[in-house]
Design a protein. Structure first.
Length: 95
């Protein structure tokens, strides 16, 4: 019988906790700086663009953030989506 507390499960749990932590940081940045792009959020939070670009769509699926109009990003210097918080009365918070 396989153990549920083996090294593989510890790694999976750590990865899950890291994703949640990154989502929390991204959400905090969107709340503090509505209208920023993923690259701008990453720069402000000290996170790499790949992590931010994965977490923001997750937050959108949870109903916590939404996209605004695209604009030229101050970091990437290209047209990029902007991110805004969803109003508190229509959002479901992460558990």
């Amino acid at each position: 019988m396989a153990s549920s507390s083996g090294p593989e499960n510890v790694i999976e749990a750590d990865a899950g906790a890291r994703k949640k932590s990154h989502r929390d940081v991204c959400l905090e940045q969107v709340l503090e700086r509505p209208g920023c792009t993923a690259a701008e959020i990453g720069a402000a939070a000290g996170m790499n663009l790949m992590s931010v670009s994965r977490r923001l769509p997750e937050l959108r699926r949870f109903g916590l953030v939404r996209n605004g109009r695209s604009r030229i990003c101050s970091i990437a210097k290209r047209l990029s989506l902007t991110w805004f918080p969803v109003e508190a009365n229509s959002a479901t918070r992460l558990a």
